[in-house]
Design a protein around this ligand. Structure first.
Ligand code: CUA
Length: 165
C-alpha cells in the first residue's frame, strides 16, 4: 500500500488515519511524491495526534473520581408546605442529583451545608441540582423563597450516613 493511497482513498476510518498518518510522512520525504501529498500526510499525522490526544483526554475525564460513578438521582416535589420526600437518605461521599419540581407556586430549596440554594418557579420543569454529600450527618432542607403562611414550616432532612470502611 502506497502511503499516498491513504490520502486519495476517500475517508478512511480513524484508526487507519492514525496508523497511516504516522507512517506516511517519513516515507514520503525521499520519494517522488512532492509537496502537496506530503503536506496532506503531515496534516493527517497531526489529525491523528489530535485524535489520540482527544481520546486520551476523554479517558482521563472518565477516570476522574468526581465523574467516575453516576450520581444518585432523587426526585423531589416541593409544595405548600412540604418537601416530598421530607427525608432523603444518601451515603457519605456520594454524588447526588436532586431533580426538584414545584407542584404549585414558587418555592426554593436550600441545603446550607452543601451550598445548595435554588429558587423554583411555578409549574417549572424539574431543576437539576448536583452536589457531593461530603460529610455525614443530618442537614435541614429548607425553603429558600417566601411562599406564604406555611413557609417556615417547610422542613426536610438530608440524612448522610457514614460510609462503611
Ligand atoms: Cu415554600 Cu417558602
Amino acid at each position: 500500500m502506497a502511503p499516498a493511497d491513504a490520502v486519495s482513498r476517500g475517508t478512511p476510518r480513524s484508526a487507519d488515519l492514525q496508523v497511516r498518518g504516522f507512517q506516511a510522512s517519513p516515507l514520503l520525504i525521499p520519494g517522488q511524491v512532492l509537496g502537496r501529498p506530503t503536506l496532506f500526510a503531515d496534516s493527517i499525522a497531526v489529525a491523528g495526534t489530535a485524535l489520540l490526544l482527544g481520546v486520551a483526554a476523554m479517558s482521563y475525564a472518565h477516570q476522574d473520581p468526581a465523574t467516575a460513578s453516576a450520581p444518585r438521582v432523587i426526585e423531589v416535589v416541593v409544595k405548600r408546605f412540604a418537601f416530598e420526600p421530607a427525608r432523603i437518605e444518601v451515603t457519605e461521599g456520594e454524588r447526588v442529583r436532586l431533580m426538584v419540581k414545584s407542584a404549585d407556586g414558587p418555592h426554593g430549596i436550600a441545603i446550607k451545608k452543601f451550598k445548595v440554594s435554588q429558587a423554583l418557579k411555578r409549574g417549572d420543569q424539574p431543576v437539576s441540582i448536583e452536589f457531593t454529600a461530603a460529610a455525614a450527618g443530618e442537614f435541614p432542607i429548607l425553603c429558600s423563597e417566601y411562599c406564604g403562611e406555611g413557609h417556615d414550616d417547610m422542613k426536610g432532612m438530608l440524612v448522610v450516613t457514614v460510609k462503611e470502611r
